[in-house]
Write a protein that binds this ligand. Structure first.
Ligand code: B16
Ligand code: MG
Length: 219
């Protein structure tokens, strides 16, 4: 029996993935590196500093910066990002999310957020959905980022449930990997080719209902 659902934040609850992309694109351009949406798929779910290193490697500039310089660049991106997300309101919940959260609560399932973002609490505040989640595990609470399973394992531990009774929902390949390595059932939101390791793939958050997920979990 399913006991808990663990949600990714960026790209599942709200489309902050777009703001991350725009902020990285701006920073990369200043460094003479052009990134596009296809490349951006590799950044989803990946920590801030790892994202920067992927961008620098892509532009063949990884060796050009010291650790301190990289930290400064990552901070710069975060300042851009924080400015962008001040515009977030409850209207920015992705389609069907509010209804799904209500349904999950009605069904007495436990809920948690497993986000690689250090801005997770801020975003949840802007969206005004804090009350829907029993626990929030953000990047500050884990040592290893996705695709390592740590963040999902920690979420289940905090909820006091077995890993195999958890369903994880993710929009990123790194996140699906993390859920599967945690021994959980993985729901992917997005592209069939990017998320092929998921147990089921839905094209939009609109399709998230217990009726679509639970039969697949039981098989
Ligand atoms: P921050 P998630 C992830 O959040 C994003 O998908 C990823 O693009 C971002 O780089 C990462 O958080 C770190 O975010 O710079 O705010 O700490 O999808 O795991 O909720
Ligand atoms: Mg995500």
């Amino acid at each position: 029996e399913v006991q808990a659902i663990l949600f990714d934040l960026d790209g599942v609850i709200t489309d902050t993935a777009e703001y991350h992309y725009l902020a990285w694109k701006k920073l990369a351009r200043e460094l003479g590196i052009e990134i596009d949406r296809t490349f951006n798929e590799q950044l989803k779910g990946v920590s801030r500093i790892d994202s920067l290193e992927k961008i620098l490697a892509y532009g063949n500039r990884l060796q050009d910066f010291t650790r301190e310089e990289k930290e400064a660049l990552a901070n710069k991106k975060n300042e851009l990002y924080k400015k962008m997300i001040t515009n977030i309101t409850p209207a920015d919940l992705l389609p069907g999310i509010k209804e799904f959260l209500e349904e999950v609560k009605q069904a007495n399932l436990k809920t948690g957020i497993a986000s690689a973002s250090k801005n997770a609490f801020r975003v949840i505040d802007y969206l005004q959905v804090g009350d829907y989640f029993d626990i929030i595990v953000d990047a500050a609470k884990v040592e290893k980022g996705k695709p390592d399973p740590e963040i999902f394992l920690k979420g289940a531990d905090q909820l006091g449930v077995d890993y195999c009774t958890c369903i994880g929902i993710e929009d990123a390949a790194a996140g699906i990997k993390a859920i599967k390595s945690a021994g959980m059932f993985a729901v992917g939101i997005g592209s069939r080719t990017e998320l092929k390791e998921a147990d089921i793939i839905l094209s939009s958050t609109n399709e998230l209902t217990l009726e679509t997920i639970l039969p697949a979990y039981k098989n």
